[in-house]
Structure formats: structure tokens, C-alpha cells
Design a binder for this molecule. Sequence first.
Ligand code: NDP
Length: 255
Amino acid sequence: MSTPANSTEQKVWLISGANRGIGFGLVNNLLARSDVIIYAGAREPAKATELQKLAAEHKNLHIVKLTSGSVEEAKEAAAVIEKRSGGLDYVIANAGIAYSTSRLEAVTLEDFNEHFQVNVVGVLVLFQATLPLLLKRTTRVFEAVSSAVGSNTNAHLFAAFNNGSYSLSKAALNYLVRRISVEHAEDGLVAFTVHPGLVETDMAQKFLERPEAAAWKSVAIKPDDSAKALLVVTDKATKDTNGKYLNYDGTELPW
Ligand code: NDP
């Protein structure tokens, strides 16, 4: 059954990387609201069993196929959303990878290229496909889930993580979204990046098992708590949020 399109009451959301981790938490928390239509991006919808379960229970949740960096899939998802809902209010570019375990001196080009493809190109492609839909509505929020490790200013805090490619890709993502915020300020777009915290997902679990992470274990938070906090930040987003780099508690991070 299709969800009513163009309702002024309902906000239309798209979240990438929604089949697990923080993305799944965002979808799950949004479903508690009555005024939302949610498009959940997953690269393999047929295998996204938890999302499928939710979608069977909630007619306002739709799964779309989204592989980061695939122009074709991003365009197809945008076409489906436009047909069904008319536009988008919120895009949260959340999909990402982080498996680099090397200092920069040892990073392979393969490792670097994969991180760049998913964490940077993937967000650019999603932005290009969804901008026309955001401009059809008045909310116009484009939010990318970055990381505190992408901060130039704080590079010294995270060098010991040995995650060269990942940090580089998130620093590039920060620039990408900051640049989008400048290029589209006059469109009323609200583009910003967020650090979701150190979150106990599959991604962080591998990091937390490493000896260099010992001191960080005590600050790790649950995916559901990260998602709740990110939605508070997102709900508060206004024109003044455009171009910001925010922590999950809403405070600003240094570029
Ligand atoms: P998870 O590894 O738990 O989930 C990652 C999500 O991204 C999955 O849905 C995964 O899909 C998707 N994904 C990965 N590669 C691709 C791809 N090529 N195309 C489409 N989707 C893809 O990670 P988190 O939930 O922890 O991470 C979410 C975001 O938060 C990421 O951008 C990450 O960098 C950021 N972040 C996380 C932190 C943490 O402590 N967890 C800290 C700072 C930032 P699939 O299941 O198909 O692989």
C-alpha cells in the first residue's frame, strides 16, 4: 500500500546504511513518531531481515536499494521516493566503512580507495541524487554521519587509532559537506556533519577489541542511545546549523 504523498503533516526521511548499527537505530526510533515516512537504504534489501520485519509492521517504512557510490541505485531510489512521496525533508547519509588498521606510512591504495569510495563518493552521489527532492520541500536537511577522527584540529588525539584511510576519508567528508553548505546556503539547505559518539556497533566492536582502544571503552555508547541523540540534534537543526560539524550532544567540534 502506498503512503499518502505530499501531506504537509508527514516528514519524509531517507537514511542510508539502515540495516544495522546506527542507521537501524535511527529508523527504529523514527518509527515511534506518527508523522514520518521513512526510506531505509540497504545495499541488499533481501538480506536486511531486521528491516524487513519492521517494514512488515509499519506501512510508513520502505526499504530502498542503496549501495554507496552507485549512481544508478541512488537515482532509482530517488525516483521511487519522488513518485511515492513527492520529495524529501531529511537525508541522513550514514552508510560507512572503517576497517583500516594502519598508520598512513603503511596505508595501501586499495584500502584508501575503498574508504574514499564509500565514505566520500558515496555521500556525494547520494547528495546529487537527493538534492532535487530536498528542494521540493521546505525542511531541506542534508546530514552526514562523519566522525571525530576526521577533525584536522584534533588529529593528534586520534593518531594512535592507526586508522589512516578512515580518518582521511572522514576529513574529506567534512570538507564535502561544508562545501555543500556553502554552495547551497541560498537554497536554504541545512547541510552538516555529525559525530555519533563511540558506538558499540559491528564497526566499533572491531576497534574496541584492539589494545590501543583500551582507554576508550568506558565512553562507548549503545546504538540506540546514539540514534536518539542524533535525532535530537537533527530535530533542532535550523539555518544556523548549516555548515556545522557537531558532536552527538549538539556541541560544535573543531574542523
Ligand atoms: P556498522 O558497520 O554497524 O554499519 C554500517 C552500515 O553501512 C551498514 O548498514 C552497512 O551495510 C552500510 N554500508 C557499508 N558499506 C556500504 C556500501 N558500500 N554501500 C551501502 N551501504 C554500506 O557501522 P555504524 O553503524 O557504527 O556506522 C554508521 C556511521 O557512523 C558510519 O558512517 C561510521 O563511519 C560512523 N561512525 C561510527 C562510529 C562508531 O563508533 N560506531 C564512530 C564515528 C562514526 P551492510 O550491512 O550491507 O554492510
